[in-house]
Design a protein around this ligand. Structure first.
Ligand SMILES: [Zn+2]
Length: 227
């Protein structure tokens, strides 16, 4: 009994189509890796700092291109502060950044869930936690720290940063802002939905601080790289 050539042909064709579909969705689902994504943010921030923003991807064509899908190359956890809109300070446009903004850029459970969606469903391979100078939320946490007692959910999220930075030399608010970014990066890296991808090197999580006076985002040293 020989093989039916027509049947073999159909099977080969089906396998070929299936293979092409997997490759296409892999490609579309992960636009660029974490290192490339970070470089894009750094480059865009430099354009913004220099007053040379190109306002890329803010056209009618881009809007049409995204109508049925998005693959943002980075997810940003930033503060709600009106002076630090990620799309502007990184000179990006529609569909480029998946942004979660909460006062004090805290990685509360909903923020973690939202970012997990961007990573797993939209293909983002970089998460940036973006703090900023003179953050009102962190200032409130620093000022209220000595008071103790019941606090709201935002201040509760910020308390560990205030405690960790207590006693450090320099400005207490600036220290707490930096410590908060470091702790939120750690929290995301170690979160249940994301830690396997961080460990495998598939997902990069970094912190940065936006300087209100210059517009520059200072990327904090990658503490996981030394481990
Ligand atoms: Zn803030």
């Amino acid at each position: 009994m020989g093989k039916n050539p027509a049947l073999v042909g159909v099977v080969v064709m089906v396998l070929a189509i299936a293979g092409a579909a997997v490759a296409a969705s892999d490609h579309a689902g992960v636009s660029i890796n974490g290192v490339q994504a970070l470089q894009k943010l750094i480059d865009g921030n430099q354009r913004y700092v220099d007053g040379k923003a190109v306002c890329v991807n803010q056209t009618r064509d881009r809007r049409a291109e995204l109508a049925n899908g998005q693959h943002p190359f980075a997810a940003i956890l930033g503060c709600s502060d009106s002076r630090v809109p990620p799309e502007i300070v990184f000179d990006q446009g529609l569909g480029d950044l998946f942004v979660v903004r909460l006062a004090g850029n805290v990685a509360d459970p909903v923020a973690v869930d939202s970012i997990d969606y961007a990573v797993k469903n939209l293909g983002s391979r970089l998460i940036l936690v973006l703090g900023h100078d003179r953050c009102g939320a962190v200032t409130a946490a620093v000022n209220g720290h000595e008071g103790g007692g019941e606090v709201g959910p935002m201040l509760a999220e910020l308390r560990p940063a205030v405690a960790a930075s207590k006693g450090q030399p320099g400005d207490p608010v600036a220290n707490a802002i930096r410590e908060n970014v470091v702790l939120m990066v750690e929290k995301l890296r170690n979160s249940k939905p994301l830690h396997a991808m961080v460990r495998s090197g598939e997902l990069k999580v970094v912190g940065g601080i936006y300087r209100l006076d210059t517009g520059k985002v200072e990327i904090l040293p990658d503490q996981s790289a030394t481990q």
